[in-house]
Design a protein around this ligand. Structure first.
Ligand code: DGL
Length: 247
C-alpha cells in the first residue's frame, strides 16, 4: 500500500518514523508545506485552504490513504479533506484520543494536552475526551516548543527555560498528549519534568489506529520514502537524515 503523509513542514517526520518502524506501507510520499510553516498560529480558514491544496498535490500519486500528520490540520481540516479526497484520510487527533482511552482506565485521570495555538483553540482533543467521559483536562498552547525543536535544541538550557515558562505551577498530570508533530522529539525532557506522566505520541497512536481501523496488512518490503517540500526540499532531506536515521 502507498500512503501520503502531509504536514505543515518537517515535523510530520516524527509520524513517518513510527510508520517506518512498523513497516506499514510499501511506499510513503511525504509533503511538507515548508514555504508556509507554521500552521499552528494561522486561522481555521487558512489551514483548511492550505490542506485542500495539499490534496491536489497528492492526487498526482496513486496513494491509498492520506495521513494528516499535522495536529493543526487534524484540528481544523479533516472533514474538509475527507469530503474532497479520492483516497482515505486519517488525522492524528482521533488516534491520539483512542490511544489515551486505551491506557487511561479511570475517567478522573488528570490529562494535559499540549499543542499549537490552533490545536488548543479548536478544542478538538478536549471535546473528544469529554465525549468519552474524561473531565479532568488541562489544555496548554506551547507554540514556542516548535521553533526550539526546529533549532535542534532537544535538550539544554533554552528548552529548559521554555519548559519552566509553560510548566511552572502546573500539577503533574497522569497523561500528557503530545498534540504537535514536534513534541515527540523533546519527550525525554518532558518526562524529566513530569516523571510519572504517561506520554501519548501521535506517531505511535496513528500506527495502532491505522492497523485497527483500516486493516492495513504489514508491508513485506522495506518502505520506500519520497520527500517533497513546497520550499527548500534539501533542508527537509537533511532533517529526515537526522530525525529518521540519526545520521
Ligand atoms: N505540524 C504542526 C502541528 O502538529 C506544528 C508546526 C506548525 O505550527 O505548523 O500542529
Amino acid at each position: 500500500m502507498r500512503a501520503g503523509v502531509f504536514d505543515s513542514g518537517v515535523g510530520g517526520l516524527t509520524v513517518v518514523k513510527s510508520l517506518l518502524e512498523h513497516s506499514l506501507f510499501d511506499e510513503i510520499i511525504y509533503f511538507g508545506d515548508t514555504a508556509r510553516v507554521p500552521y499552528g498560529i494561522k486561522d481555521k480558514n487558512t489551514i483548511i485552504r492550505y490542506s485542500l491544496e495539499a490534496v491536489e498535490f497528492f492526487k498526482n500519486f496513486d496513494i491509498d490513504i492520506l495521513i494528516a500528520a499535522c495536529n493543526s490540520v487534524s484540528a481544523y481540516a479533516i472533514d474538509e479533506l475527507k469530503a474532497v479526497a479520492p483516497f482515505k484520510v486519517s488525522g492524528v487527533i482521533q488516534p491520539g484520543v483512542k490511544a489515551l482511552t486505551n491506557k487511561a482506565k479511570n475517567l478522573d485521570a488528570k490529562i494535559l494536552i499540549l499543542g499549537t495555538k490552533a490545536t488548543i483553540n479548536s478544542q478538538k482533543y478536549k471535546r473528544l475526551l469529554n465525549s468519552q467521559g474524561y473531565y479532568n483536562i488541562n489544555s496548554l498552547a506551547t507554540s514556542l516548543f516548535v521553533p526550539v525543536v526546529e533549532e535542534g535544541l532537544f535538550e539544554g538550557d533554552v528548552l529548559k527555560s521554555v519548559m519552566n515558562h509553560y510548566f511552572d505551577g502546573i500539577d503533574e498530570p497522569d497523561f500528557i498528549i503530545l498534540g504537535c508533530t514536534h513534541f515527540p522529539l523533546i519527550k525525554n525532557e518532558i518526562s524529566k519534568f513530569f516523571p510519572n506522566a504517561t506520554l501519548i505520541h501521535s506517531g505511535e497512536a496513528v500506527v495502532w489506529f491505522l492497523k485497527n481501523s483500516f486493516n492495513i496488512p504489514k508491508s513485506k518490503s522495506q518502505t520506500s520514502l519520497k520527500l517533497f517540500a513546497s520550499e527548500n526540499p534539501d533542508k527537509l532531506k537533511e532533517v529526515a537524515k537526522k530525525w529518521l536515521y540519526n545520521s
